[in-house]
Ligand binder design. Structure first.
Ligand code: BG6
Length: 490
């Protein structure tokens, strides 16, 4: 598994917060190959010494693993290199190539090179073209893989264009489109929970399920990413990728095997079974909102429009909720409600499966306010599964109360799941693309989103403001109320 990792955008935020700490954690867990080195390509004028110091500091601040020693840290960072180059211009690539060849020899990486594009999306295509033109993508000695961060395009048309550029150079098996949610421990656990237990799968359909809610909420605002976020909004930043991945894993049919293609085939079938919404349906089934001023953790925070690099009359959504129907035999008639937002009261990602009530006889006749049964898959920050059901309240009176079974896998002290980027980096080195997004997943997800953004563009801009620290605009509650349901915020 020897590899040379080349990080374009190696002086940036993502590299420091996620990629370098992940490399360090892999080392501490004994999973980093011996023949490994990393080269950061960036435009900033930095010496290698300064670059390594910055990387060390980032690892200290953002790494989950604190069992590693200073010695481990020094060892890892001694394999980090910095090459200053303007990656948007072809001229720099000869120098990059020469440098990579030297390191390839030194670390015996046998031409196994991974290009990680941790840069702004507008540079993806140009870097791939320059790599190809300078002869750095030939597979004649070792593999050449490319890792691409999201967003992959900004709509279907731009995604097709980008994909063409990339597939002209790399074949699909060597393209790793990152959706870091797929590297999260509990996302991988969704398939295990569903397909390694007899007790859930028989109920996992429209005969027993009333509806499913998928929520990913954050307390953070846009931080220092206002410029990017203005072009993305919650739809392109979260809904088109992370949220639809959660949906696919929750709703997919059992794959015929656990191999990459079979799993991805079943996932994409979920998207194919959703009809893109008409403009009218967008009005009734989709809600957007933007955070105003409010309170987070007892402290006042500013409004989205007051954030750096955000237009003071911006209509960009920081919240989005929508209702979808999956038109297949398993799910027809079961609504899926998805919502995501910034500056909400808590950070949580979870899937709530709400079961149908029993017929109105016996207890369902006698007690008219019985809570529905619910299965809650908690993705983060708490990782676990909760089953909520009804039980008799101990005592001489006949009373029924909601009770729960609660399995938490990261509540015990010291139980820390690996960060998503550790798993994903390891998978790229191993050549396993199961937890990455295949082109057709991207394609179908944009087909669903494009109708919504077109409808939004046509309608009068209508992006209700919700106070920071609340669960989004009241329109989102109406979306549920109109169906006689409510968001599960407990
Ligand atoms: C990223 C989005 O993909 O996911 C961010 O660009 C968001 O806006 C982040 O904050 C959430 O990821 P996590 O792992 O912190 O839940």
């Amino acid at each position: 598994m020897c590899s040379l990792l080349i990080v374009f955008g190696g002086t940036g935020d993502l590299a420091h917060r996620k990629i370098y700490p992940a490399i360090y954690n892999l080392k501490v867990s004994g999973l980093l190959p011996d023949n490994f080195a990393m080269v950061a390509i960036g435009r900033r004028d930095k010496t290698e010494e300064v670059f390594r110091k910055d990387a060390e500091n980032a690892i200290r601040s953002f790494s989950r693993e604190n069992q590693g020693s200073e010695e481990d840290l020094k060892k890892v960072v001694s394999r980090f290199y910095y090459k200053r180059a303007d990656f948007t211009s072809f001229e720099g690539y000869e120098g990059i190539k020469k440098f990579l060849n030297q390191l390839d020899k030194k670390y015996q990486t046998h031409g196994n090179w991974i290009y990680y594009l941790a840069v702004a999306p507008e540079h993806f295509g140009v870097i791939v073209q320059h790599l190809a033109r300078s002869g750095m993508t030939s597979q004649s000695r070792g593999y050449k893989r490319v890792v691409i961060e999201k967003p992959f395009g900004k709509d279907l048309q731009s995604a097709i264009k980008l994909n063409k550029i990339i597939t002209d150079v790399f074949n699909e098996d060597n393209i790793y489109r990152i959706d870091h949610f797929l590297g999260k421990e509990m996302l991988q656990n969704i398939m295990v929970i569903r397909f390694a237990n007899v007790m859930f799968e028989p109920l996992w359909n429209n005969k027993y399920i009333d509806h499913i809610q998928i929520t990913s909420s954050e307390t953070l605002g846009v931080e220092n990413r206002g410029g990017y976020y203005e072009t993305a909004g919650a739809m392109r930043d979260m809904m088109q990728n992370h949220m639809l991945q959660l949906l696919m894993l929750t709703a997919m049919e059992p794959p015929v095997s656990l191999n990459t293609h079979d799993i991805r085939d079943e996932k994409v079938r979920v998207l194919k079974a959703i009809t893109p919404m008409s403009f009218e349906e967008v009005k009734t089934n989709v809600v957007r909102g933007q955070y105003g001023r409010g309170m987070i953790d007892g402290k006042p925070v500013r409004a989205y429009r007051e954030e750096d690099r955000v237009s003071p009359d911006s209509m960009t959504e920081t919240y989005m909720a929508m209702k979808l129907e999956i038109e297949n035999f398993r799910w027809a008639g079961v609504p899926f409600y998805l919502r995501t937002g910034k500056r909400m009261p808590i950070k949580t990602t979870r899937i709530v499966v709400q079961f149908l009530p029993l017929p109105e006889i016996l207890y369902y006749k006698e007690f008219n306010n019985l809570e529905p049964n619910r299965l809650i898959i908690e993705i983060q920050p708490r990782e676990g599964v909760i089953i909520k059901f009804n039980g008799k309240k101990p005592g001489t009176r006949n009373e029924i109360i909601p009770v729960e079974l609660d399995f938490c896998q990261n509540c015990a002290v010291g139980e820390v799941s690996p960060d998503a980027y550790e798993k994903l980096l390891l998978d790229v080195m191993a050549g396993d693309s199961t937890l990455f997004t295949r082109w057709d997943e991207v394609e179908y997800s944009w087909k669903l989103m494009d109708n919504i953004s077109q409808a939004w563009n046509l309608q009068n801009p209508d992006c209700p403001i919700y106070p920071a620290g609340t669960w989004g605009p009241s329109e989102a509650d109406e979306l549920m109320k109109q169906d006689g349901r409510r968001w599960f915020n407990d």
